[in-house]
Structures are given as structure tokens and as C-alpha cells.
Write a protein that binds this ligand. Structure first.
Ligand SMILES: [Zn+2]
Length: 223
């Protein structure tokens, strides 16, 4: 089963992705991890990526896709993968479809983690980090102190409500067309180039306890 995860930053899709992957005994592939591993191992595509990184350039989609293809072709990924953060734009969705097609595979399910923006802002701006030892905390107020070193707890600039809302805006602008693209493929009216039906598109309510959300996902995938 090849699963694509979509969802705004902070919706918990990384955590859920790991739990889903463990449940099915398949790897979770996140773009950053796969890229770093390919560079470290010096794979053919990893070396291409490194050349861009050494120049301080962004690694282009095409090279990222090459790295994904290497990872997808590994024996441990034969049963399926959970793809986290791999698809953020329509060209990336098209590229992934092509690469999977070359391996005789396709995306089976797209899981969209849906969370209310105000709830997300509350959740993320509730994160604090110790100024001294960088230990992260959640749910403490600003007057609390680090349990490890007694340091002051501060909120990262990125976690300020305004920054979170900005990220949400960018995410929505980028991802709305991707959601639309998958929805259209998933409705069975217009299959892929090979005439096969597109993936199942599943929206998951990402509010609530971690375990409960995992159960929602597994329940939906089993239907
Ligand atoms: Zn500390």
C-alpha cells in the first residue's frame, strides 16, 4: 500500500505517518530524511543532489524524484510506503505518479489531515523551548522553568501565532490545487494514463488524542 500524507505543518502527520508505517510494517519516507540518507550513502542521485547543496542551491524536484525512486525501489519498500511531505505541489504529485508508474506501482490512498486553523495556532503557539538546553515543552505557561536545567522557556519565532498563520496561508495556496488534483483522479471518472483508477482520497479529522487519530486512519484504510 502506497500512501501519501497531506496536511498543514503541525497537524501531526509526521507522528501519524510513523504509526501507520509501523502498523503495516512499511517504511515512512520523508523528503528531508531520504535526501540526507542518499547524500550520506553517496547514491547516484545523492551525488547529484550534493552538487546542488554544495553550491547552496535548492535541490530541484527532478533530482528529489530520482532519490525517491531509489528509495522506492529498495526491497524494504516493496510492500508499500508512507510518503510524508513528498507531495506539496501539483508537479510533485505528477512526478510521483510517473516514478511510481515506472516501478509498476501507484498511490493507493491519499490521507489528508484536516485541522482547524485556530486549533493549530493554539497547538503550535503552546510549544516552548528551554533557552539553555533546548528541551521542548508543551502546555506550560511562560512563567514555567526548564525541569532539566532551570532555564527560561521561550517560544520560537516560527511558533508565534502570526508566523503559524502565515505558514497556513502558504500551505493552503500550495496544497489546495494538489487536493483538487488527487480528488479528481480519485473519483474514478478520470483515471491515470494507464486507465487505472486514481487513489482513494481520505480526509482525517486530525483533532484529538494521537491514538484516537491513528485508529480513525486505520479504520478508514480498512474500509
Ligand atoms: Zn533547560
Amino acid at each position: 500500500m502506497n500512501i501519501v500524507l497531506l496536511g498543514p505543518p503541525g497537524a501531526g502527520k509526521g507522528t501519524q505517518g510513523e504509526r501507520i508505517a509501523r502498523h503495516f510494517g512499511i517504511p515512512k519516507l520523508a523528503t528531508g530524511d531520504v535526501l540526507r540518507a542518499a547524500v550520506r550513502e553517496g547514491t547516484q542521485q545523492g551525488l547529484r543532489a550534493k552538487a546542488y547543496m554544495d553550491r547552496g542551491d535548492l535541490v530541484p524536484d527532478e533530482v528529489i524524484l530520482g532519490i525517491m525512486k531509489e528509495a522506492l525501489a529498495r526491497p524494504e519498500a516493496a510492500k508499500g510506503v508512507v510518503l510524508d511531505g513528498v507531495v506539496r505541489t501539483v508537479p510533485q504529485a505528477e512526478g510521483l505518479e510517473r516514478v511510481l508508474g515506472e516501478l509498476g506501482r501507484r498511490v493507493d490512498a491519499v490521507l489528508m489531515f484536516d485541522v482547524d486553523e485556530d486549533e493549530l495556532v493554539r497547538r503550535i503557539s503552546g510549544r516552548m523551548v528551554c533557552e539553555g538546553c533546548q528541551t521542548p515543552y508543551t502546555g506550560l505557561d511562560a512563567s514555567a522553568r526548564c525541569a532539566k536545567c532551570g532555564g527560561t522557556l521561550v517560544r520560537r519565532k516560527d511558533d508565534e501565532p502570526e508566523a503559524v498563520r502565515n505558514r497556513m496561508r502558504t500551505y493552503r495556496e500550495q496544497t489546495a490545487p494538489v487536493v483538487e488534483w488527487y480528488r479528481r483522479r480519485g473519483d474514478g471518472a478520470s483515471g491515470g494514463a494507464d486507465g487505472l483508477r486514481g487513489p482513494r482520497f481520505i480526509t482525517i479529522d486530525a483533532a484529538g488524542p494521537v491514538e484516537e487519530i491513528t485508529q480513525r486512519v486505520l479504520h478508514e484504510l480498512a474500509r
